[in-house]
Design a protein around this ligand. Sequence first.
Ligand code: EPZ
Length: 421
Amino acid sequence: MHSYMIEGGQPLNGHVRIGGSKNASLAVLSAAMAIDGPCVIENLPAISDIEILLEIFSDIGATVEYIRPGAVRIDARTINTHEVLHDRVTELRGSYYLLGALLGRFGKVALRMPGGCDFGVRPIDLHLKGFQALGAKTEVAHGIVSCQAEELTGGGVFLDTVSVGATVNIMLAAVKAKGKTVIDNAAREPHIVDVANFLNAMGADVRGAGTDVIRINGRPTLPANQEYTVIPDQIEAGTYMMLAPLTGGDITVEGVIPKHMEPLSAKLMEMGVTVEEGEDSIRCYLKEGSKLKATSFKTMPYPGFPTDLQPQATVLLCVAEGTGRMIENVWENRFQYVDALRMMGANIITSGRLAVVQGNSHLTGSRITARDLRAGAAMVMAGLAAKETTEVLDINRIERGYEYFVDKLTRLGAKIERVES
Ligand code: EPZ
């Protein structure tokens, strides 16, 4: 087991290049399992979730060739089974995209129930509702999800809740279904648009991604044989942007799409942070004499404030002036990490989906654990803000989604090292 040892209290300054989006990469790589030819996917982040998913792909017979850091050549035509029972399926949520991809490819699929961060129930009822709308029979038994269709035919589905996973999974099954599919109340995240762009580059006909209605005209084959570059990671970028006002530093994130960061940029400006947008960069800092002021956040599906930046923003509220509020509208139980912040001196009251954060906390060093990926990143941020030593345990959870984390933080002036714990 490894942990991070952090000597906090220094302002972090400098430039940091943002890697490819974890959640777009998981969806685009899975979409490659549905197409009928080779493709090259670039800008993949160097994180364990991607390594695990590619291991699962190889295990079912797909051809996976690492051509250079962040780039793989994939050919799904060599897949030799519709059953995905590999142990590592349960280690990440993103493996659920193989349901749509292999259902589209073989007309049947059996997949071990996916895993993922534990902050409440992670249902897949909307995914199954979508597959049923395409004519598939679905069953969940003995920890395995099975779907089967004589012939996948286009259909209409209204998503009761806006769901990133269900939107992508239904797209992956529908691109080769016979006829037209309409997904209503679809998720609009940047990674939804990214996977739709990938599919269209490979010969599919997906329209409306980025809006709440996505229309798909099924095609019998998707010839592929193209290259595709994944978008930058909105959540990695947001984590580094918040580190600037948190530590009293000045950080520029590079290789980003500023439009994707608007939900956070707007809130940071509301808090008194200067946010300067370039073509593919964003600089964040507090002007001389400016104070970080508390505000209220509400997590919502895109283009609302992303739930995956919720723990990080709560840490920021701890050091802001005044009383801040965080309302978590997407997940039912995503404040478990608050106990660790209290151990560091934070003054936070939680009730259901609401956290009330007393500002001006002087966070103190402590020994805390990363409960999940984004809460773990928030623990590191709290350690960087505390003026003492903090040890963050279970960092494998953080390294699922943050590439070269110690290296990138060190280059910004952080005193952090990865040690055996
Ligand atoms: C994706 O999870 C992300 N994971 C999550 O990021 C992110 O928090 C979430 O979207 C919301 O943006 C990946 O992309 C791999 P949802 P997903 O389906 O697809 C309910 C990270 O840190 N729901 O959009 O599982 C669900 O309970 C991770 O990168 C159903 O009711 O999320 C939740 O309340 C953490 N039935 C809401 O919808 C379903 O069938 C949104 O879930 C599916 C979801």
